[in-house]
Every structure is written in structure tokens, then in C-alpha cells.
Write a new protein. Structure first.
Length: 229
């Protein structure tokens, strides 16, 4: 009893059919059997060709930090788990409905249909737990470093007041950085200023429009560079 090469279509077909009515390789909770098969796969199966295996792989991946603590014998190879290869490879449309022991004997006389319903119920419960676990993780805010050119009207524009006006704009998700004056020509200099923005909170287009509202100082603005943090 056991899976064969899980890197082949035949092996993946067997695994996919084995997981048709199961949430786990053996039993009703994640164990070292799942860890062994998970590691043997290297990457997630194609969800289009092997939807059950892909669903299982995604679910087991949520336990990855807990692998060492899961029950079972971690020294056993993946090939000792699962069905006989011929059982599903010959007739891939027919997957066993319930776990079988090594002797193919049901010692407890359990009803297949009841076990199927229990497996489905448990799978849905685990998937819901997985979704909640993912939703509970706070992703870091996406940020960008921006270099902005702010051009004055002429060489008589007070660049100190121009910069003070620019920095007076305060927003949640906006942090002003260093700045310098860059010669443009004919004695005119422009302000080049760095800033960090949270992408979801601050629009660089709207920020430029706000800066250009300081009409006494600002002729125009340009984004010179933008880089994701």
C-alpha cells in the first residue's frame, strides 16, 4: 500500500482521487503522513487537473510552521501512505470512500456514507479555519519612495518658502525626506525632494496637484523616480 512517484501524472491522479473524500492523507487531522506527501510534491499540483490535491496542498501549507509537532512518525517515507496504485490508476474515476487499514478489514463495521459526510464536514471546517487564519494576518502596507521635482517660476522665487509650503502638506501615509536644490539654467534652481508614501493612502497625482496650488511659488512638478519598498 502506498503512493508511487508523485511527480508523474499517474501518481498525481492517484493522490487527487484519494483526496476526493478526504481532508488528510490518513485520519481526520494533519499528521506526519501529510507532511511526507507534501514534501514529496515539491510544489502545488495544478488546480485545474488535480483540484482535490491542490486544495489539500494549500490547506497543509497553512500548517508548515507546525510540521515538527504534528502527530505520527516523521521518519516514514511518503510511499507507505495511501492506496494501492492499481486501485485508482486503472479506474481513476473510482476513489475509495473511507480509510482502510493494512488488511483491508473494517473492524468497526462503519458505514461508508456516514464517513463520507463526516469527511466533508471536517474538510469544510478546516478550510474555514484556514480562511480565518489567513484573514487574521495583517499584511504590511505597500510603500513607495518617490523623488519629486518642484519647479519655481523664476530665479526670484523664494525657494526656502517654496520648500516650507511643500512640507506643510501633511497626510496619513506621507513622510517627507531629504531635499536639495538643483540648477536648471539661467540662474534658476528647482527643489528636488524625496518622500515615502503608502500606496493605498496617498496618490502622487493628487499630491502634485496640491503642491501646484501654491501658485505664488510653484510653476510645475514632476516625478523623477519611484521605487517600491
Amino acid at each position: 500500500m502506498g503512493f508511487t512517484d508523485l511527480l508523474t501524472d499517474a501518481g498525481l491522479t492517484v493522490l487527487n482521487n484519494w483526496l476526493l473524500t478526504r481532508s488528510y492523507i490518513t485520519g481526520f487531522s494533519a499528521s506526519q503522513a501529510d507532511v511526507a506527501v507534501f514534501k514529496a510534491l515539491k510544489s502545488s499540483p495544478d488546480a485545474t487537473k488535480y483540484p482535490n490535491a491542490a486544495r489539500w496542498y494549500k490547506h497543509i501549507a497553512s500548517y508548515e510552521d507546525e510540521f515538527p509537532a504534528l502527530s505520527g512518525d516523521a521518519s516514514k517515507p511518503y510511499s507507505v501512505y495511501g492506496p494501492e496504485i492499481s486501485e485508482l490508476a486503472v479506474n481513476p474515476a473510482k476513489a475509495p470512500a473511507a480509510e482502510e487499514d493494512d488488511d483491508d478489514v473494517d473492524l468497526f463495521g462503519s458505514d461508508d456514507e456516514e464517513e463520507d459526510a463526516e469527511a466533508v464536514k471536517l474538510r469544510e471546517q478546516r478550510l474555514e479555519e484556514y480562511r480565518k487564519k489567513k484573514e487574521g494576518k495583517v499584511k504590511p502596507a505597500a510603500k513607495s519612495i518617490v523623488t519629486l521635482d518642484v519647479k519655481p517660476w523664476d530665479d526670484e522665487t523664494d525657494l526656502k518658502k517654496l520648500e516650507e509650503a511643500v512640507r506643510s502638506i501633511q497626510k496619513d501615509g506621507l513622510v517627507w525626506g531629504g531635499s536639495k536644490l538643483v540648477a536648471v539654467g539661467f540662474g534658476i534652481k528647482k527643489l528636488q525632494i524625496n518622500l515615502v508614501v503608502e500606496d493605498e493612502k496617498v496618490s502622487t497625482d493628487e499630491l502634485q496637484e496640491q503642491i501646484q496650488e501654491f501658485e505664488d511659488f510653484v510653476q510645475s512638478t514632476d516625478v523623477v523616480a519611484m521605487q517600491k519598498l
